[in-house]
Design a protein around this ligand. Structure first.
Ligand code: PGA
Length: 248
């Protein structure tokens, strides 16, 4: 794992955006794996700013998102499809047809999981996957206890995840309790992974990531088995953690 320490959320967002932009310039038809949540919004803002200022083009880029809530249509403002459109896709020159997010409101969700997994494989997999981490160590919506062999599947969200996501909804009972997520084996097939970690609420997760053994009860620990992971973490997330062995 490569480790980049930054000062704060803003610097993490700028550094991550530069990292992604460089990959897009090197390979204009790159397939990006994208994440939602609070962590990557600043990164997306910086990508938009760069697109507007420097014209970095996404015309030939394909994207696959990690996950989607079950029960929400893509037009629902809390769906991850809506999040992606609003926070990134509507503001750059990507072709919407080349942006994929699992469909959370279909009639047959099992079938949708298989379709998504096959679609991704058919595209040749992900070149660069952007990841956040849950305070319980989840990646995508792969909650503690998920098999490292898992493919795209249906998950029951952990109470701590539902609680963490409640801030985006008007009422706690509106927060979906299930989601579709790329599986851990799906994520691990990405050629490269960029993990973004910001804030004090992620400090425990960061500590465990650095110190725990491979362990299905801490899903992010699987990343230790991946040959090409870069972590960008800010001071609040790593305060007092001893990480010299990760620094290059
Ligand atoms: P957050 O979520 O970016 O909203 O903190 C990260 C995650 O749950 O993976």
């Amino acid at each position: 794992m490569k480790f980049i320490e930054v000062k704060n959320y803003q610097q993490m967002s700028e550094t991550a955006a530069e990292y992604i932009m460089k990959k897009v310039l090197d390979n204009p038809s790159i397939t990006l794996g994208l994440a939602t949540g609070g962590t990557p919004t600043g990164t997306y803002q910086n990508l938009i700013k760069d697109h507007q200022k420097n014209g970095t083009s996404y015309q030939h880029v394909t994207t696959f998102n990690l996950d989607e809530y079950i029960g929400l249509a893509g037009t629902d403002k809390n769906s991850y499809r809506y999040y992606m459109d609003e926070n990134l896709f509507n503001h750059i020159d990507i072709k919407k047809a080349n942006t994929f997010v699992p469909k959370g409101n279909g009639r047959n969700i099992e079938e949708e999981c298989n379709r998504y997994e096959d679609l991704l494989a058919g595209h040749g997999g992900i070149d660069l996957q952007v990841l956040g981490i849950g305070s319980n160590g989840h990646i995508g919506f792969n909650e503690p206890g998920t098999s490292f062999q898992s493919k795209t599947h249906i998950v029951n969200l952990a109470p701590s995840t539902i609680e963490a996501n409640a801030r985006f909804f008007n009422r706690p009972e509106e927060v979906p309790t299930q989601a579709i997520t790329m599986g851990i084996s799906t994520i691990m097939k990405s050629k490269e992974i960029l993990l973004l970690v910001s804030g004090e609420s992620k400090r425990d997760a960061m500590y465990q990531l650095l110190h725990s053994e491979l362990n299905e009860n801490f899903p992010a620990s699987v990343l230790k088995n991946h040959p090409c992971v870069t972590i960008i973490a800010d001071e609040a997330a790593i305060l007092d953690l001893k990480i010299p062995m990760l620094k290059e």
